[in-house]
Design a protein around this ligand. Structure first.
Ligand SMILES: NC(=O)c1ccc[n+]([C@@H]2O[C@H](COP(=O)([O-])OP(=O)(O)OC[C@H]3O[C@@H](n4cnc5c(N)ncnc54)[C@H](OP(=O)(O)O)[C@@H]3O)[C@@H](O)[C@H]2O)c1
Length: 285
């Protein structure tokens, strides 16, 4: 299908990976529906590209998500490219996590992804073609200490993505998991702001654990060259335009080391590798 006849929906298009992907696909002639909460950022995009339609939606809000799904299912020119990108992280050991905050995160990272995909699929089935790109993460396959809630949402995205890829292959609809390592976007600032300083509110028992894991994470990240969102957006566009995209793209720093070890070690040895890596092996509290 000609790009100019294709509609691409990108969630989380107001910043980071989603924003650059929207710009790159708009340059290729796709009609873009750009979804996020921040109207100003969406309007700035739409002012730059006349083929970008901004849609202000809070994907943690049930009514707003249902409204955008209704709009999508009624489109004359159905979505043939879907980039499920909206997402964020909160940090903290499980005892420090507020269940309401975890529920909201799952609403955005997982349930909105499922609902938007459900709204787009009848159109894609009718076309007998389409591409779905789901933003997972390296932590879709393992977790850092204090990262369980976010990682759990990405493990779930991986599961949904793997099932969809099988279910939709007979329709010619391609399903891709994008598994980036760290990327320079607003992601960390958002996570820091939502999580606050865990040392202030955690039980004193956990303080040495936060301290050890935090210092170890500092060492892991120190000197890493963190890519710009352009790298991931470029790969997303490459997958969309490819005749045969890979099922999964792992990209960026830490992928080789952590995903590599996750693949080649058994569960027990991977656990020990992570204990060592985060200086928790000999810590007794
Ligand atoms: N950056 C990384 O290190 C990294 C690594 C691996 C995977 N990822 C994944 O990549 C994806 C994009 O993240 P990014 O790095 O580009 O971060 P980002 O710059 O913070 O972008 C996140 C996007 O999600 C949108 N979003 C968040 N909550 C939303 C809500 N309730 N309703 C609608 N939209 C919402 C944000 O828009 P509004 O705030 O305007 O709503 C924003 O456009 C995420 O799924 C993330 O998990 C990121």
């Amino acid at each position: 299908m000609n790009n100019s006849k294709q509609t691409a929906l990108i969630t989380g298009a107001s910043s980071g990976i989603g924003r650059v992907t929207a710009m790159k696909l708009a340059e290729k002639g796709f009609h873009i529906i750009a979804v996020a909460r921040r109207k100003k950022q969406l309007n700035e995009l739409a002012n730059q590209f006349q083929n970008i339609t901004p849609k202000q939606v809070d994907l943690s809000n049930d009514g707003e998500t249902k409204d955008i799904c209704r709009y999508l299912s009624e489109l004359q020119n159905p979505v043939s490219v879907l980039v499920n990108n909206a997402g964020y992280s909160i940090r903290g050991v499980l005892e420090d996590v507020l269940i309401e905050a975890a529920r909201r995160l799952f609403e955005v990272n997982l349930f909105a992804l499922m609902r938007v995909t459900q709204a787009c699929l009848p159109g894609m089935r009718k076309l007998r073609t389409g591409t779905i790109i789901n933003l997972s993460s390296i932590v879709g396959k393992f977790t850092f200490p204090g990262g369980g809630v976010y990682a759990a949402s990405k493990y779930a995205v991986e599961g949904i993505t793997d099932a969809l890829r099988l279910e939709l292959a007979p329709f010619g609809i391609r399903v891709v998991a994008m598994r980036p390592g760290p990327v320079t976007t607003e992601f960390n600032d958002v996570s820091n702001e939502l999580s606050g300083d865990p040392m202030i509110r955690t039980d004193k028992d956990y303080k040495p654990i936060y301290q050890a894991a935090g210092a170890a994470a500092g060492k892991i990240f120190n000197g890493l060259s963190i890519p710009e969102p352009d790298l991931i957006a470029g790969l997303i566009v490459e997958a969309i335009l490819s005749d045969a995209p890979n099922p999964v793209y792992s990209i960026g720093p830490l992928c080789d080391e952590f995903l590599g070890k996750r693949e080649c070690l058994d569960d027990k040895n991977f656990h020990n590798f992570m204990l060592e890596k985060f200086d928790l092996m000999n810590l007794q509290v």
